[in-house]
Design a protein. Structure first.
Length: 404
């Protein structure tokens, strides 16, 4: 009897096949084939993921809150989760800055002429107005705009209110759990298509970005990837080891499917269904993972923080600005906030980089120098972002005394 390949295995094969086809198209000179005929299938897949992301986050969080059955427990899980996210993100910023300064100090960063940089940044209203905007005025608008921070606030309020209403909210509880069961089935189907998405996107990236990788920005990319790898190995696998007693190999093996998926899709939100499966495989409790993962895919972005630190040091050096220790501290604070504000979608981290640059007086148009290779940075940072969410769900499960 033929055994069906597991999803992580299928994804791995799709990844390798995508790289091979991408290289053939790149060297064969028909890169446009991948853009015109392969990428659209990846786009269909990502569209499907985007279409379920709002119901998944909404229902998963409410369902998680209802299964905890006690607002005190939600508070306890919430505090531990946010504490883990903030600490790891601050460490990520430090790692990013250390690597960027080593590379910069050793003269490894190229000096690019900013005259060619063209980038139009969007205005940031400042911290207080960002805080206000998290609270929705119109629930449906939050859904149609896929404004995930607002969707999270709505989930917290609705989940808490259903709990508070007790017996009278029984119908609502049943509706949520039944709707979530339907969405889970749909998610399962969409995830089974993941190898198609991974294959087509990988072939497209390799075929179309190949030449760009080879040019001057290679060392900046290497610097960011070193930061990503060190953070994953040191912070995540160590926290899984220290707090949960799980070996790094077991951790990365369990998180593998979500990591590869995030790497190719460049969207934490889109990877959410796969992250849930991986977290369950690693022993995270269902109600905790249902709460931690959607929250993490919206606010926990350690890869993005590392990228923003590396990019800031690099662009500062292009602008001939030498960052002082005080300015580095500003980078840590603003990159942490910017990564929290970054949406879990492709390319969002680069848009939020503008906030960090603005805080330091570096011309935002300089982002134009790295925009062409953003996808390469994004693949690694999303992979790290998602790994952090999974590590957090496993640790919080342990801290809540749920894991043997
Ligand atoms: N693409 C990243 C994510 O979804 C966000 C970013 O652009 O940094 O996690």
């Amino acid at each position: 009897m033929k055994k069906k390949l597991s999803l992580p295995m299928q994804i791995l094969i799709a990844l390798i096949a995508g790289i091979v086809v991408g290289l053939v198209c790149y060297f064969g000179g028909f890169a446009s084939f991948t853009a015109n005929y392969l990428k659209p299938f990846g786009d269909i897949f990502v569209n499907l993921l985007k279409f379920i992301v709002v119901p998944v986050v909404l229902l998963s969080m409410i369902d998680g809150i209802l299964s905890m059955n006690d607002m005190r427990k939600v508070g306890s899980v919430g505090i531990k989760t946010v504490a883990y996210f903030l600490c790891t993100t601050a460490i990520a910023c430090v790692i990013g800055l250390v690597f960027a300064n080593i590379f910069n100090g050793a003269g490894l960063f190229p000096v690019l002429d900013a005259a060619s940089a063209e980038y139009e940044a969007k205005e940031f209203g400042g911290f207080m107005s960002t805080l206000v905007s998290i609270f929705p005025t119109n629930m449906w608008k939050s859904f149609t705009d896929a404004n995930m921070l607002q969707v999270i606030v709505i989930s917290l309020f609705l989940g808490g209110s259903i709990l508070a209403a007790g017996e009278r909210a029984k119908l609502c509880r049943d509706v949520v759990s039944s709707a979530y069961a339907v969405i889970e089935k749909l998610m399962g189907f969409i995830i089974s298509l993941a190898p198609i998405g991974v294959f087509t996107y990988m072939a497209w990236v390799v075929a179309t970005q190949g030449s760009e990788i080879l040019v001057s920005l290679l060392l900046v990319i290497v610097c960011a990837y070193l930061g990503y790898i060190v953070h994953a190995v040191v912070v995540y696998s160590l926290s899984a080891k220290i707090f949960v007693g799980m070996s790094p190999i077991k951790f990365f093996k369990g998180a593998f499917a979500a990591m590869i998926f995030a790497f190719t899709s460049t969207s934490s939100a889109a990877t959410l269904p796969v992250s849930k499966e991986c977290a369950a495989e690693l022993g995270a409790e269902d109600d905790i993972a249902s709460f931690v993962l959607p929250l993490g895919s919206t606010i926990n972005m350690d890869g993005t923080a590392i990228y923003q630190c590396v990019a800031t040091v690099f662009l500062a050096s292009c602008a001939n600005i030498h960052l002082t220790i005080g300015q580095m501290i500003i980078v840590v604070v603003t990159a942490t906030l910017a990564s929290i504000g970054t949406a879990g979608v492709s390319g969002a981290g680069m848009i939020m980089l503008a906030m960090v640059l603005e805080a330091l007086g570096i011309p935002v148009a300089y982002i134009g120098l790295i925009v062409a290779v953003d996808r390469i940075f994004d693949m690694g940072r999303t992979c790290l972002n998602v790994t952090g969410d999974i590590a957090c769900s496993v640790c919080v499960t342990k801290w809540e005394g749920k894991r043997k």
